[in-house]
Design a protein around this ligand. Structure first.
Ligand code: 6GU
Length: 312
């Protein structure tokens, strides 16, 4: 996977040399390049921000350096239909005579694709330009983005090229994202309901979550299947030697060697933990995924299983 990151603080990304992400880079599984946004400024002060239109506190990142950065890292040659960087042919129409958004007047052809075979976002369904070259998927960390989840990590792990745009201050001028969306897939993504100074730490988080899903990065792919969030449940607690430590003992069942009992115990713990700690995940469980023994375990833990069909 190729990854480009643009930031005014490239030094934030030095930890990506370490540990398993560092090894994925050394192996060539992850081809990561970090770029200083200021290298696309042209004034002596290398200005990247200005005051917000409409007033208010803080500063907004100006569009020009971002536009040049994205042009360099997602070249117009990769744009579907070979559009100029502004997404339009010189006459102001897309080359196929469609409106600038690339859609017929009703927006879509009868098959739901634009007449040029492109999806409504103007891209081929697989995100490839018509010549088969991959366009990057642009990811913009923002507290106003869509929540980053394990499901999104899996989705991103299937991409061939990610491009991260790290905003600082009050964010990036919206037109940068709107323009980028005329030629590539753009996703604003949030880590959660709190505010960071900028997107850099979010990129570290997202890249770590994605890199460990890339083929060949984790020695034991089975552990991916059992971990928290793999099946909408939190993982049961884990223990290692010694069997007794500071008066705390490892649960007897885990030392029993009875694999059936161990699996049942882990499932019970996962259910009880999820119900206690993550009522949102618990409520979202498919009732059909809970069998009689699951329901009995939840009952013992004092929880009501979500109503619905009771699987055997
Ligand atoms: Cl992705 N960026 C920023 N700046 N703040 C955040 C965030 C991202 N996710 C939660 N808070």
């Amino acid at each position: 996977m190729r990854v480009d990151v643009v930031s005014i603080f490239p030094e934030y990304f030095t930890p990506l040399d370490l540990s398993l992400v560092g090894r994925a880079r050394a192996n060539g599984v992850l081809r990561l390049a970090v770029h200083d946004l200021r290298s696309w400024t042209h004034d002596v002060h290398r200005t990247v921000d200005d005051t917000p239109y409409g007033g208010g506190p803080g500063m907004v990142m100006r569009p020009e350096p971002w536009g040049d950065a994205l042009d360099a890292l997602a070249p117009a040659e990769l744009t579907p239909g070979g559009l100029s960087p502004d997404g339009l042919a010189p006459d102001g129409l897309a080359p196929d005579g469609l409106a600038p958004d690339g859609l017929a007047p009703d927006g879509l052809a009868p098959d739901g694709l634009a007449p040029d075979g492109l999806a409504p976002d103007g891209l081929a369904p697989d995100g490839l330009a018509p010549d088969g070259l991959a366009l990057p998927r642009l990811l913009v960390p923002s507290p106003a983005g869509e929540p980053f989840t394990q499901a999104m990590a899996h989705e991103l792990a299937g991409e061939s090229h990610l491009l991260f745009a790290c905003g600082r201050y009050e964010g990036i001028d919206q037109r940068v994202l709107d323009h980028a969306a005329t030629r590539m897939r753009v996703t604003e993504v949030s880590l959660g309901d709190y505010v960071l100074f900028g997107g850099e730490v979010a990129v570290l988080v997202i890249l770590e979550a994605v890199t460990r899903l890339l083929p060949g990065v984790l020695g034991n792919a089975g552990s991916l299947d059992e971990e928290s969030h793999a099946h909408g449940l939190l993982e049961a607690p884990m223990y290692t030697k010694p069997a007794a430590w500071r008066g705390h003992e490892v649960p007897e069942v885990l030392r029993s060697g009875d694999h059936g009992r161990i699996a049942r115990w882990r499932r019970d713990e996962a259910l009880a933990r999820t119900a206690t700690r993550r009522p949102d995940m618990f409520a979202a469980l498919d009732p059909a995924s809970l069998d009689k023994r699951d329901r009995a375990a939840l009952d013992r833990a004092g929880f009501q299983a979500p109503p619905g069909h009771v699987a055997k």
